[in-house]
Design a protein around this ligand. Structure first.
Ligand SMILES: [Zn+2]
Length: 411
């Protein structure tokens, strides 16, 4: 199957990640362009007037507007049950995230709801959310467990993610986040809880059934210490799960440097990152993932994105879609928030949400870029440039979504 996209006003030639400054903010833009797709892959791109004369099976007209790679949402908790709008209002009235958590609210509400839900109910909830995310241009999403907090319920979440990944177009990457928080039944017994969720039979089952690719831990006051995080991640890595960390979100814990020492694929959040952390990341292959939707949603201080970019770090962006701290599914909205809160340019935000996000889930050689041989995950926009995409805050400017060379959504 050969597909041609012609009449592209601006084709953003995002290179494969990781991309650092100055390329991060200076992507080549091809005017009056075309893209040829052979089956799943980009076979050719260039000036529309120079396109190969070979016959094609399908032709798409970009209407003179912009074409960009599909968004890679590299950090989500999109599989959850129930909602927490009550806390959203409590916070407006002055309660903090930690106060809500310590009062037994917060994440425990979602844990109870996920434990009550059947695997099939979780699949249904995830399906609806993924349909909306696809319509906003997300072609790949990482999805974490972490609302089960028992071996059985964590495995139930991972099986639901695997079912979802086989039945709808968004490519899913599963992460085992059993170390999201200490469940109430294990209050003050974090070590015993970690022993239960890293028992050999649990991790062997995840490995044998190919239920996850990464392990993740919330390293934070009230959750897990760096020493506990290290033990959890090392146990998981023995069973083939590469480390990721929720790091320096509310307090500075040293999780970023732990991530670098463990050669984590990414460290995520980083609101409280310091200069030593930035130096450690600069000498590493670990991708720093920024989640400004959280800062918007919680009205909290954002990560020092400009300092990170100026230091040459290949920052990535994601929604952190979750019911407590970022009820946001839309990557275009995250681009807008990255521009306003993180002071990133729209082009920097685009690269962070595609090529660098692909690197944060170890897929930069296949997705997130416009390059010959790369998977044809592409978005036809109804705006002429990415500045307009970010500037039109809250509007969905995604017109057509291609996944593996096939049209999977049409506005
Ligand atoms: Zn998260």
């Amino acid at each position: 199957m050969r597909t041609l996209i012609r009449n592209i006003g601006r084709l953003y030639l995002v290179p494969p990640g990781p991309v650092r400054a100055p390329q991060l903010g200076d992507v080549p833009i091809l005017r009056d362009a075309a893209v040829c797709i052979d089956d799943e892959r980009i076979a050719w791109f260039g000036r529309d007037s120079n396109r190969p004369p070979d016959p094609v099976d399908a032709e798409l007209d970009a209407n003179g507007q912009a074409v960009v790679p599909g968004f890679v949402d590299c950090h989500t908790h999109l599989l959850f049950a129930g909602t927490r709008e009550g806390e959203f209002v409590d916070r407006i009235r002055g309660k903090t995230y930690v106060q809500i958590l310590e009062a037994g609210g917060g994440i425990h509400v979602s844990v109870d709801a996920v434990r009550r839900a059947s695997e099939t109910e979780l699949v249904g909830l995830g399906r609806d959310r993924l349909r909306r995310m696809l319509a906003a241009g997300t072609t790949t999403a990482e999805v974490k467990s972490g609302y089960g907090l028992s071996p059985e319920d964590e495995l139930k979440m991972l099986r639901a993610i695997r079912r979802l990944s086989g039945e709808q177009p968004v490519e899913l990457v599963a992460t085992y986040l059993a170390a999201h928080t200490v469940p109430r039944a294990y209050a003050d017994r974090a070590e015993a809880y970690l022993a239960a969720v890293t028992a050999d039979d649990v991790l062997e089952r995840i490995y044998r059934d190919d239920l996850a690719e990464f392990a993740d831990v919330f390293c934070e006051r009230g959750a897990f210490t760096p020493a506990q995080a290290e033990r959890f991640l090392r146990e998981c890595e023995r069973h083939g799960l590469r480390p990721k960390l929720h790091a320096e979100q509310i307090t500075h814990s040293g999780a970023t440097r732990l991530g670098v020492a463990l050669n984590a694929v990414s460290v995520d959040h980083l609101e409280e990152l310091d200069d030593e952390d930035i130096a450690a990341l600069r000498g590493s292959a670990t991708i720093p993932v920024l989640l400004p939707g959280c800062n918007f949603f919680l009205n909290a201080r954002p990560a020092p994105a400009r300092r990170m970019i100026d230091a040459g770090l290949p920052v990535a962006l994601a929604t952190d879609c979750n019911p407590g701290s970022s009820m946001i599914e839309s990557m275009p909205l995250i681009l807008s928030i990255a521009c306003t809160l993180l002071r990133m340019t729209p082009v920097e935000a685009l690269v962070a949400a595609t090529a660098n996000a692909a690197a944060a889930i170890n897929r930069a050689d296949r997705i997130g870029a416009i390059a010959t041989g790369h998977q044809a995950d592409l978005l036809l926009l109804d705006v002429p440039n990415v500045e307009r995409l970010a500037y039109d805050v809250g509007r969905n400017a995604v017109r057509t979504v291609l996944k593996r060379g096939r049209v999977v959504h049409q506005a």
